[in-house]
Design a protein around this ligand. Structure first.
Ligand code: NAI
Length: 284
């Protein structure tokens, strides 16, 4: 089935959608990158061009490859352009919004189109419930930054067909990623293990044990590339908060996943991290 995929549509041109569109175009696919916000599309176009330029500086690609990659991406705020062999969704981490998007994607596309979600934490079976063809619906979970991080979790919901999961697994390989099959459990594999990194970091802060910079510095000096606060700013404080909230609910309010009020306040204030230039740190 991989041979039948020649076009990719990416919904959501934010932190993750930008990178997913970039690597898909780099691998030779024609890509439509869609967002509701014109400003998100403009920002995505700039970031993708800048990522590719950095790749040239590092000797990872040529100028011709950059030009070809850019030429393969179309930016759109018209949802009628979302017709492709596979549609990868990377919009806000909210069950109802994702479900209504996938209903619309089913209307727009043929029965053969694979519909994939990049959700970090919402059960695949739950998002896919109510679709006419839930067997073609699958989780394709990239990691941030999507154009660099190798891992992709391929998650089958209760109704996902084996053929669809296998095709997405092969597609991830073609995008030069390292795919891993995962079952549809809350947080899948990585987010379930990693959640404690953020949640415990926030508890240490809440209890006044240490400040943000101190916690990050200590964790980084012990070998981690980034401490929890620098990493939340990279991920998006709002996205990270939504993921914790959805895992807390999925595990029946297990207190070990309790979302932090400090983080909630950042979200309420619009301090979403690097993408809004302010989160736990301030950015130029
Ligand atoms: P983001 O907030 O950076 O970008 C989301 C984009 O989706 C925004 O540009 C917004 O305008 C757009 N959008 C929202 N609703 C839309 C709709 N109905 N139709 C079209 N566009 C819409 O979010 P981010 O961080 O890229 O996350 C997207 C998804 O990827 C979430 O499900 C998140 O859990 C998941 N994810 C995020 C990671 C991260 O580190 N940020 C890592 C892996 C997965």
């Amino acid at each position: 089935m991989l041979d039948e995929i020649s076009s990719v549509a990416v919904v959501g041109a934010g932190t993750m959608g930008q990178g997913i569109a970039q690597i898909s175009a780099f691998a030779g696919y024609n890509v439509v990158l869609y967002d509701l916000e014109e400003s998100a599309l403009q920002k995505a176009e700039q970031i993708i061009a800048s990522n590719l330029s950095k790749g040239i500086e590092r000797g990872k690609l040529t100028k011709e490859q950059k030009a070809d990659t850019l030429n393969r991406i179309t930016y759109s705020d018209d949802d009628k352009s979302l017709v492709a062999d596979i549609v990868i969704e990377a919009i806000v981490e909210n069950l109802d919004v994702k479900r209504s998007l996938f209903k619309r994607l089913e209307e727009l596309n043929s029965e053969k189109t694979i519909l994939a979600t990049n959700t970090s934490s919402i059960p695949i079976t739950r998002i896919g419930a109510g679709l006419n063809n839930p067997e073609r619906f699958v989780g394709m979970h990239f990691f941030n930054p999507a154009h660099i991080m190798k891992l992709v979790e391929v998650i089958s919901g209760a109704a996902t067909s084996k053929e669809v999961a296998n095709t997405v697994y092969e597609l991830a390989n073609k995008l030069s990623k390292v795919p891993v099959m995962a079952a549809d459990a809350p947080g899948f594999i990585v987010n379930r293990v990693a959640r404690h990194f953020y949640v415990e970091g926030l508890k240490v802060l809440e209890e006044g044990v240490c400040d943000v910079e101190g916690i990050d510095r200590l964790i980084e000096s012990s070998g981690f590339r980034m401490g929890p606060f620098r990493l939340m700013d990279l991920i998006g404080v709002d996205t990270n908060y939504s993921v914790t909230e959805s895992m807390f609910n999925a595990f029946h309010q297990d207190s070990k996943f309790r979302p932090s009020r400090i983080q909630q306040q950042k979200v309420d204030a619009g301090h979403h991290g690097r993408k809004s230039k302010k989160g736990f740190y301030t950015y130029d």
